[in-house]
Design a protein around this ligand. Sequence first.
Ligand code: OXD
Length: 293
Amino acid sequence: MYDATSPVPDEHTDAEVLVVWGNPRGQLTDSATRLTRLRWIQALAAGPDVILAAGFAPEVRVTSGRSLHDGPVAEHTLALALTAVRRLDLMHDAQRSGRWARELGGVQSARPSTFPGLGTLNGAEVTIWGFGSIGQRLAPLLTALGANVVGVATTPGTRAGVPVIAAEGLPARLAETDILIGILPATPATAHAISADVLTQLPAHAWVINVGRGATLDEDALDHALRSGTLAGAALDVFDREPLPDGSLLWTTPNLIITPHAAGGRPQGAEALIKKNLAAYLAGEPLLNLVER
Ligand code: OXD
């Protein structure tokens, strides 16, 4: 065991393998220079972007915590989607101000035009952009509640029973999307993928949920769309800068739900992954979740 928030002690700088979980940037940069015998890093995070940016030598293999966060992130994303459609945020605001929110309750139609949200996931068109293992865990939870789910990924087809389209199909799909869920990793190719242009193609009643990485969404464009009413709402768990700085515009953006990078953070089955990969490493066999560098 080592303290991930402090430099690796001198007596362990001969480590060949490092398991990384919650290490701050500075600790990783320091490890990249001091652990000169390192050959493999096992990340427990699903997204290894911080590790890739830390400057480890090219011969250091990196394996991610892909699949360890599928359940927790899918659960949190479902919670955000339900909050968005049922407007639990507005109900909670009303409660805090000691007000019975008559406009949000009482006799309602299934898709009330007066309700400030979709009202229900039943029949909602949900697009999941970045359809990896988390998306595949999330999709059946949404379809169980009646949503129609389409995934977007590099390779189109059908995955886990869900139709998956490639980026070329996005414009047509965005026009009919009620909820766009981003689960994209942060790579040069995905920077600001959820752009001003993408937001404009969504219907004005649509919501955007981002649980991938903050760098994949243009926050200024989102703020503008929400303030101008061309988008109904958004729920973000990840941000360009974390913690979200005090002066950020997003703290005051209307119809924006903020959660503090809370979706993941609870890896499930980490010991089993480490054990399997360590056995493979010692046997010179291929490692699971190897990240292309
Ligand atoms: C992860 C995260 O990458 O929690 O695992 O963001």
